[in-house]
Design a protein around this ligand. Structure first.
Ligand SMILES: Cc1ncc(COP(=O)(O)O)c(C=O)c1O
Length: 373
């Protein structure tokens, strides 16, 4: 029997150190014992985003942080542009419509990346945008958007337009500089490159954006003015997620010691290894501009990708993700984040090759092993 291998684009495998911390006895979130971890996380998180302001965290998934971002910065009637390039762009859209914003949708074909011309066009048509929402990496397609270029471009033309980025699978996998690129709001989640279980949603807020928080909103938990008030005394407004915050402290400490760039380079090296192996297997990468966090590839002509995915899970104990909506059965997605070694990637590629062979799709194993060595 094969050992279980989790290679989804989140959640991700945990390191022994993280598992050790998660198994520790519970302590109270207002105790001095916990305060050191809380202080340390609050101090370190802004470096991850290169944020000049604060990074808040909620006991929620990434969607919770997206919602906190939207609810606190835009309201009914506000004009917001939303990039829709896949499942998660749709999520921003859904939220904006529910809030009652005037929504300018920027559609991007699934698998493609946002083009500057599209943004130029929208800015020309709408010189009065309140906010612009996009993904950095659209995880449903594996595409990376040129956020550095786009954010700076928007800020040069419409300085008052808030730029909000869902960087849930971009943070710690590729460059990110809120301060220099002019990003006001940035969202992340613990179960991705932070290498933790699901349960912390992050919202990084630039100093400039802090002045734009909507007042007197009809909700409580995600009212960030409560969190900002608690911050003044180094606290979270409600019960902190003690185990995840302690584990996060250790992860951030390690990233600081090893160097942020080295951490990112490791994710990228895993992506490259995976893509070399897929090329040997003649499998086509799906997005035009693949993000480092994951590789989405097309299932071979005539093969049902959903069946292949289930077979890999049942026969080879390997979890990859399939495609969503119209990409169901058409693509598979392999994650590169988390506590993964090159040996894990090689192992997954060999299992994939065997799985493909079970569906009569032959792979040159010698060539594959060479590419993986
Ligand atoms: C880009 C992106 N946005 C949003 C989400 C939603 O995060 P969660 O499932 O933690 O709510 C995900 C999750 O995969 C994601 O990849």
């Amino acid at each position: 029997m094969y050992d279980y291998l989790l290679m989804a684009p989140g959640p991700v495998p945990l390191s022994p150190e993280v598992k050790h911390i998660l198994a520790e006895d519970m302590i109270h979130h207002r105790s001095p014992l916990f305060q050191a971890a809380l202080d340390s996380v609050m101090a370190k998180l802004p470096n991850v985003f290169a944020c000049d302001g604060k990074v808040l965290f909620f006991t929620s998934t990434g969607t919770g942080a997206m919602e906190a971002c939207m609810l606190n910065f835009v309201g009914p009637g506000d004009k917001v542009a939303v990039v829709n390039s896949g499942k998660f762009g749709e999520r921003w859209l859904q939220m904006a419509y529910r809030i009652g914003c005037e929504v300018i949708e920027i559609p991007v074909k699934w698998g493609e990346s946002l083009k500057l011309e599209q943004v130029t066009h929208v800015l020309e048509q709408h010189p009065d945008l309140d906010a612009f929402f996009t993904q950095y990496c659209e995880t449903s397609t594996g595409a990376l958007h040129p956020v550095k270029q786009i954010a700076s471009y928007i800020k040069e033309r419409q300085a008052s337009c808030l730029v909000a980025v869902d960087a849930i699978t971009a943070v710690l996998t590729t460059e990110l500089n809120m301060r220099e690129w002019g990003i006001d709001l940035c969202v992340a989640g613990s179960q991705k490159a932070f290498m933790l279980p699901t349960g912390l949603g992050f919202l990084a807020i630039s100093e400039h954006a802090e002045e734009r928080i909507k007042k007197d909103r009809p909700f409580l938990y995600f009212d960030i003015t409560q969190e900002l008030k608690a911050r003044k005394s180094g606290q979270t407004a409600y019960s902190s997620n003690v185990p995840l915050i302690r584990a996060l402290d250790m992860v951030l400490e390690k990233i600081e010691q090893d160097g942020l760039q080295n951490f990112i380079s490791n994710v990228q090296a895993r992506a490259e290894l995976c893509r070399r192996a897929l090329a040997v297997m003649n499998l086509e990468i799906y997005p035009q501009n693949p993000a480092p966090a994951l590789t989405a590839f097309r299932s071979p002509e005539g093969m049902d990708g959903a069946k292949l995915r289930n077979h890999l899970e049942e026969r080879y104990n390997l979890t990859l993700m399939g495609g969503q909506e119209h990409l169901k059965g058409k693509i598979l997605r392999i994650g590169h984040m988390g506590h993964l070694s090159h040996a894990n990637i090689s192992d997954a590629m060999i299992r994939l090759a065997h799985g493909l062979a079970d569906f009569s799709y032959e792979v040159d194993m010698q060539k594959l092993e060479k590419a993986l060595s």
